[in-house]
Design a protein around this ligand. Structure first.
Ligand code: SAM
Length: 238
């Protein structure tokens, strides 16, 4: 059936995740705090009146960094080690016909920031700058299906143990004293314990030096026999 729709962002999501690599693969896995900043046409407290009576929200958003690359009928989910293909509609792939993602996040409140109405949220799996196309309350009696089958993703991913070099420990302690980085220690632990590496890397000896970007910091790490070792932090240069 012919159908045409121009989706506009109602808000932009601000998160500590500055690159796709390292972002949790689903919401609720890492307790990072983010902000939903309403666009000018939706920047009214009236538009969110009553929202604080809900503890969680559905965010509908655009995978804006991937839409230009289009989509394919089948994808190789990371959960299956990248070896097996599933239909795009049988996965949460970011390469989708309309580039739409959806995530349940925790709502902490409504605030005004730099003249903008903002929702304070946590647990999102979104890149900083992600356009939000709609927001709806999460309704447990209908949305929570306790005996639902989770297919290839029945359980949350296993966590990796974390080790910190003395330099990384000192740097994290230093940054955490500043207000804008107060959750940095928890954030680094939460993100790296998910082991952001692609599945094919996990399957073999891996001597690579990795980096994830959180806030305006690059976190360098590698994998040892004991787990993931955080090596050092550097201010992002670009
Ligand atoms: N929960 C959502 C869903 O099921 O639609 C997203 C799942 S998707 C597998 C999560 C991944 O999307 C993240 O780990 C990150 O790599 C990627 N991602 C997040 N925001 C994005 C954006 N704006 N553009 C492209 N990729 C993004």
């Amino acid at each position: 059936m012919p159908f045409s729709s121009q989706l506009n962002a109602v808000a932009i999501c601000r998160t500590p995740y500055k690159q796709k690599f390292g972002i949790p693969r689903q919401p609720g896995l890492v307790n990072a705090v983010g902000y939903i900043e309403f666009e000018p046409a939706f920047n009214h407290l009236d538009a969110v009146r009553g929202i604080e009576q809900y503890s969680h929200l559905w965010l509908l958003f655009c995978f804006h960094e991937n839409v230009a690359q289009g989509w394919k009928t089948t994808v190789r989910p990371p959960r299956l080690g990248g070896n097996e293909k599933l239909g795009v509609f049988a996965t949460r792939s970011t390469f989708r016909p309309n580039g739409i993602g959806q995530s349940v996040v925790k709502l902490h409140g409504v605030v005004q920031r730099k003249g903008k109405v903002c929702l304070v949220i946590s647990g999102m799996d979104l890149l900083d700058g992600t356009p939000i196309v709609d927001i709806k309350p999460y309704i447990p009696f209908s949305d929570a299906i306790l005996d639902a089958k989770g297919g290839i993703a029945q359980d949350a991913p296993e966590l990796m143990p974390l080790i910190y070099t003395p330099l990384a420990t000192e740097q994290i302690n230093h940054y955490c004293q500043q207000e804008q980085y107060q959750d940095l220690a928890e954030l680094i632990t939460g993100v790296l314990a998910q082991d952001p590496r692609p599945a094919y890397k996990k399957a073999k000896d891996d001597a690579k030096l990795y980096q994830v970007a959180l806030y305006d910091l690059d976190i360098f790490w590698h994998v040892t026999a004991q787990g993931i070792e955080v090596l050092e932090l550097k201010a992002t240069t670009v």
